[in-house]
Design a protein around this ligand. Structure first.
Ligand SMILES: Cc1cc2nc3c(=O)[nH]c(=O)nc-3n(C[C@H](O)[C@H](O)[C@H](O)COP(=O)(O)OP(=O)(O)OC[C@H]3O[C@@H](n4cnc5c(N)ncnc54)[C@H](O)[C@@H]3O)c2cc1C
Length: 477
């Protein structure tokens, strides 16, 4: 009998068996399939596989893929992911671990491995480990993996400070979640640190990979070579690479530094002004793609020598609101659909579905930010051009789409599509949980209004009063 994963530290609560297939005794390696935990450090998926490979005395192989057929495949998304892959491939090579990073493409020149590289990689694996996330995108990828695998598959919770499955089911409100989650934070943070240290000692003892000269990874690619590679894919080239948010570990380091020196202790007061150069961390793309783990960020915040009350608001956004959205997506699999909204919100929006919409414009005008609303246009152009938008503007942005489209369902679809297509951090649990808020899963409005019914609307009055905002909007017309 081959052993199951070694139960080390918090891995025993992060690793879940996904099927009842056996570990293959003749397997060449333990396969790690990484979709979103794209980092070497503090990565429970890699750690669990390392522990298992060590127990089996075989090597590990890390696999990641991008698919041209993803409906949101664009230069922006592909370049960012390839950049994350590049850092990961360098770190893995430094630890004698081989990886395969492949684009499923109709262009033979790019399809730098077998036509179905995942199937090929799985066929030689003793067992498979993959990161587990709860959106419908992640679930579809996980389902494909389960359909191919004939051996044991394990999901690993690598994206949250507190593993989502360790929280009690049935938490219905943010305060209830905050209480349950808050009680477990320090325990998981401490446990994670200890586990990562224990596994680090195992790494040199794991069988080394033969580092073949025909490497299928992006370790040696320059920025220009990555951009050239992306330009050859059959994807949406109109959504361009984000120069503002480069996919590098150096950027993450710099942003954490700015967060600690310029933002954190003032966050509560400055976080709502998009015109400030540094009002929030701008770390969401890096958290979304797992280039940075929540434990790493938590440790950075905890290392600041200031009273906890100074950092409470940031911790609440980053830990309560972020992980609450993961919890919601885990327990509500169709969170991305209009039909998942509370009955009362759907009802009131549908009651007003036939209200006149004098500000309705074409999808093309919405996409390009050509409406009669200058604040909205500026927000949309920022998102379209840079791939990131400030939270305060996202709140305004999402609510207005009801005015520009011909029905509540069309508004929901348009808002989710634009968020997913343009935003580096899109396709995330926070995308759909936030849309829920915008479309009425929140305190209802003070009165019933055209188009919105009882869903609370949002005006730009407060936004326009913030220092520098008029200029910010003007600069983006
Ligand atoms: C309509 C709408 C759509 C949104 N879509 C997304 C999305 O696609 N992806 C996404 O990650 N976030 C989304 N958010 C939440 C929030 O706007 C972003 O997480 C935040 O703006 C990211 O900027 P930051 O990294 O500077 O955040 P900071 O304020 O520096 O916070 C640090 C981290 O905490 C998390 N966080 C902060 N605020 C929230 C929040 N309200 N909900 C959940 N997590 C939060 C993020 O991971 C963020 O990186 C959306 C919000 C709204 C209102």
């Amino acid at each position: 009998m081959m052993p199951d994963p070694v139960q080390i530290g918090d891995l025993s609560e992060r690793v879940i068996r996904a099927n009842d297939k056996p570990v293959m005794p003749e397997g060449d390696y333990v396969l790690v399939v990484l979709h979103r935990a794209l980092r070497w450090a503090d990565n429970p998926v890699l750690e669990a596989a390392i522990a298992h490979a060590h127990a089996l005395d075989i090597r590990i192989l890390v696999y990641s893929e991008l698919d041209e057929n993803n409906p949101h495949a664009s230069d922006r998304l592909f370049y960012f992911v390839l950049g994350a892959w590049r850092s990961l491939a360098i770190d893995l090579a430094n630890h004698n671990i081989q990886c395969i990073q492949t684009i499923r493409s109709t262009n033979d020149e790019l399809n730098n491995n077998a036509p179905d590289a995942l199937r090929a990689a799985i066929s030689l694996a003793a067992a498979v480990y993959a990161d587990e996330d709860p959106t419908h995108w992640d679930r579809a990828r996980q389902q494909r993996l389960l359909e191919i695998a004939t051996q044991a598959v394990f999901w690993v919770d690598a994206s949250r400070l507190v593993p989502v499955q360790q929280l009690p089911a049935g938490l219905e409100t943010t305060p209830a979640f905050r209480k349950a989650h808050g009680a477990l934070r320090d325990r998981y943070a401490e446990w994670r640190k200890q586990t990562a240290e224990d596994i680090a000692e195992l790494v040199p003892k794991v069988k080394k990979s033969p580092m073949s000269r025909d490497r299928y990874d992006f370790a040696d690619y320059s920025d220009e070579a990555l951009a050239r590679h992306v330009s050859k894919c059959k994807i949406d080239h109109s959504i361009t690479v984000s120069v503002e948010h480069p996919p590098t570990q150096a950027t993450i380091k710099a942003r954490i530094n700015t967060l600690k020196t310029d933002i954190l202790t003032r966050y509560k007061w400055i976080r709502n002004n998009p015109a400030l150069e540094h009002s929030t961390s701008q770390l969401s793309p890096y958290l979304h793609f797992g280039m940075l783990s929540p434990h790493q960020l938590y440790a950075e915040i905890e290392s600041l020598d200031v009273p906890k009350s100074y950092t409470w608001k940031f911790r609440d956004e980053f830990l309560t609101w972020r992980e609450w959205s993961h919890y919601r997506a885990f327990h509500v699999p169709n969170l991305h659909e209009f039909e998942s909204l509370p009955e009362a919100a759907q009802q009131t929006l549908l009651t007003h579905a036939n209200d006149p919409r004098p500000e309705q414009v074409s999808f093309e005008d919405v996409l390009k930010g050509n409406t009669l609303d200058l604040t909205w246009n500026a927000a949309q152009k920022e998102w379209l051009n840079t791939g990131w938008l400030h939270n305060n503007l996202r709140m305004y942005w999402a609510k207005q789409i009801l005015r520009f489209t011909d029905s509540p369902q069309a508004a929901w679809k348009t808002a989710c599509y634009l968020n997913d297509h343009l935003s580096l951090d899109g396709r995330d649990p926070a995308t759909y949980a936030s849309m829920h808020w915008a479309f009425g899963n929140a305190k209802r409005g003070y009165s019933e209004r055209p188009i919105y019914g009882w869903v609370a609307p949002k005006s730009d009055r407060a936004i326009l009063k913030r220092k520098g905002m008029s200029e910010w909007i003007e600069a983006r017309q």
